[in-house]
Design a protein around this ligand. Sequence first.
Ligand SMILES: Nc1ncnc2c1ncn2[C@@H]1O[C@H](COP(=O)(O)OP(=O)(O)O)[C@@H](O)[C@H]1O
Ligand code: SF4
Ligand SMILES: [Mg+2]
Length: 317
Amino acid sequence: MRIRDLRIGFGSGHEAVRGVDLSAERGETVALVGESGCGKSLTALALLGLLPPGASATGSATLDGTELVGRDERALRRIRGARAGMVFQDPMSSLNPTTPVGAQIAEVLAIHTRMSRSARRRRAVELMESVGIPDAAARARQMPHQLSGGMRQRVMISIALAGRPDLLIADEPTTALDVTVQAQVLALLRDRARDTVLLFITHDMGVVAEIADRVAVMYAGRIVETGPVRAVLDAPRHPYTAALLRSVPDPDRPVAGELPTIPGQVPAAGERIEGCPFRPRCARATDRCLTPPDLTPDETGGSVACWHPHELTEAAS
Ligand SMILES: Nc1ncnc2c1ncn2[C@@H]1O[C@H](COP(=O)(O)OP(=O)(O)O)[C@@H](O)[C@H]1O
Ligand code: SF4
Ligand SMILES: [Mg+2]
């Protein structure tokens, strides 16, 4: 997966994604992290050609060399499912409420394979077994509302995997699940994504270490820091990454009351940004930050877009 200078706008001047660069190799899991509204979902939807009406994208996003930006709906439909699968936060919104879940998986197989009807039914049950749904043959005959939230998300994952995609996008897939089920679904995704690129979208820094090889931190429509997950979590360089990490609850040190939040407001989509977008909220800002910093590679194997990043030797302060 290669994304180059991806920009997504709504009408004139209203730019929500402001030049994203991101790549990943097969077998790699990249976590795309940032506060709500920073452009994570739009970036993912552009990869699937599923942008909302009124949105237009420029730049480039390729899968195995196949360009996805600017393609017509027919070409995109072929690519979706066969090459890219997606799991959303709310499986109910993607599942048909009046069709048994096994039949819904079989429908996807009908689009992407030449299997016979009975082979599709059998394969649907196998897929349900492979994502850890117990008693899959019986479950396959049930309606979505008869399954728990965790089981529904497993059904969505088996649908996303049915076309053997090269790219699996999971957009906040565990946000609606309780903690135990969340851990099971994360383990499942990690296990099943070994042959794909897994783009895992979350606003929760806490789950990043559980799943990702690399992390890309997004702020106001741009990637501000990226790198190997341990390096970024142990020694964040961008002040925004450091602030996000401070807001993660520490299970060993329970705090009473509110979690610390980052003071100030994220710039609205389309708002004119002068210089570094984090400047109004940044304790390290200087006059130099009136010029926007570019994402620049450093010696950790990562990149950071900041004029005054935390030193590598500084603790995560
Ligand atoms: N359908 C839409 N129409 C207009 N603006 C939109 C639409 N969808 C998203 N946006 C704008 O793009 C920004 C980024 O959205 P999104 O990618 O969904 O953020 P995230 O997934 O990081 O929470 C939003 O803050 C919003 O301003
Ligand atoms: S460039 Fe300046 S304002 Fe932006 S994050 Fe770095 S120090 Fe803060
Ligand atoms: Mg989103």
